[in-house]
Design a protein around this ligand. Structure first.
Ligand code: FMN
Ligand code: EPS
Length: 388
């Protein structure tokens, strides 16, 4: 299963193609639109989200709500394009009028300067339009489709926020996916600890007033994956590495860890390894999950736990020092309309790319041509594991 996205932030639309998705899956478009709305939400977002109302259009690979096994073609329109139709016109040749709003003062921390150097652009709008996290809307749509497949296979996952700036909003005891979902729906920060909401709102308001930005940490928990997905046999077959690459591939993610991650390095082996249990009714299991459901690059049957650290948003309203691309004068960096923090939408994006990577692994491990066959194979495999 492969996917591609195309489209610029203020261009006409985002386009996606998902190839290799099983036939016979009934897709719920409302569920996709709910995920898209969740990605647009969250405290600390900028004004762009007041303009957009992301809606999925499925224009290939689906008939009467059921996937055909052919490539799924997806579209999300950029409503803001109406205000940028001349500047972002794909067809008309450049004129002095339609090349206004040039970007020549690269923002530290964004893709502007390195992207301009690589592609030879002197108007850095040519970089920022695609490096913008607007593109993650399409990854969320594709992720939601993959999440629906996983649900049909009895696998559930959720992404939530465990830290915003320096405020940790984590719970001490590990929770089940349904319990996490219940808690995070109660606030606009996707955090479990409700008593921290006001503190975090205040922090975001204060940071916004100061023209500054915030990052944070996200966790994704996946339940009911069978043991043995991925492989220890070669480096590029390790599923934990694939999940880490997918999470790191999300804009502004600077760190990814599995389970206790970096904290495990400071602990003793006896505190980190998850004791093995066997019970006649359920088969093999563990009494803890410090290793986040992975041993040898393979799932071990425990919940998979992926953590991702997001840096603060690089565009600051209190603009950082930069250098003009054309004059080499020291100037303030360009300021594009921006989020104060995007940790909440990023949690939906990370959840989505984890769902895509898991769906890719499962459809590569078993016959992924058709949902029913996939379900039968997975049920038989789970039974085999129980009796191992
Ligand atoms: C959902 C989401 C929203 C974002 N919003 C902004 C934004 O408003 N302004 C900004 O400068 N960066 C924003 N970013 C981060 C930039 O897209 C990112 O820092 C940039 O593409 C450079 O890539 P890198 O940080 O991975 O190196 C956002 C990221 C995500 C995931
Ligand atoms: C458009 C989205 O996020 C954008 C991501 C982004 C960036 O630099 O990554 C910069 C801002 O772009 P704009 O100037 O259009 O407001 C964000 O709004 C979105 O998430 O839908």
């Amino acid at each position: 299963m492969h996917y591609l996205t195309a489209g610029e932030s203020h261009g006409p639309q985002l386009t996606g193609i998902l190839e290799g998705f099983p036939a016979g899956v009934k897709l719920d478009l409302d569920q996709i639109n709910q995920q898209l709305a969740a990605r647009q939400g969250g405290y600390g977002r900028g004004n762009r989200q007041k303009i957009e109302h992301d809606q999925i259009e499925l224009v290939g690979g689906l008939r009467h709500q059921i996937t055909l096994g052919s490539p799924l073609a997806l579209v999300i329109k950029n409503i803001d394009h109406a205000h940028w139709s001349k500047i972002m016109d794909p067809i008309s040749p450049a004129t002095s009028e339609n090349t206004l709003r040039r970007v020549e003062r690269p923002r530290p921390g964004h893709a502007d300067l390195a992207g301009g150097m690589k592609y030879g652009h002197k108007d850095l709008r040519n970089v920022l339009e695609r490096s913008s996290a607007r593109e993650t809307a399409m990854r969320v749509a594709i992720g939601s489709i993959c999440k629906q497949l996983l649900q049909q296979l009895g696998i559930n996952l959720v992404g939530y926020v465990t830290q915003i700036g320096s405020v940790t909003t984590d719970t001490t005891k590990p929770l089940a996916v349904t319990e996490i979902e219940k808690q995070i729906l109660q606030n606009d920060l996707r955090i479990i600890e409700q008593q921290r909401v006001k503190e975090v709102h205040d922090l975001i308001d204060q940071t916004k007033r100061a023209g500054d930005t915030l990052g944070g940490v996200i966790r994704v928990v996946v339940e009911n994956l069978p043991a043995g997905l991925g492989s220890y046999t070669s480096w590029n077959t390790k599923l934990d590495a694939k999940l880490a690459a997918a999470a790191m591939g999300v804009n502004a993610i600077k760190g990814v860890s599995i389970g206790d991650g970096f904290a495990a390095a400071a602990n003793l082996g006896s505190q980190v390894m998850d004791p093995i249990i066997w019970q006649s009714a359920t088969g093999w299991s563990r009494s803890s999950d410090h290793l986040g459901g992975f041993e040898g690059g393979m799932t071990n049957g425990m919940p998979v736990i992926v953590n991702a650290a997001m840096k603060p948003i690089p565009t600051l309203y209190k603009a950082l020092p930069s250098v003009n691309l054309l004059t080499h004068e020291v100037q303030k960096a360009n300021v594009e309309r921006s989020d104060t923090t995007a940790i909440v939408p990023a949690s939906i994006v990370i959840e989505s790319v984890i769902a895509i990577t898991l769906a890719q692994e499962i459809t590569a491990t078993f016959d992924g041509s058709n949902l029913q066959r996939l379900q039968q194979q997975l049920t038989a495999y789970r039974e085999e594991l129980k009796n191992y």
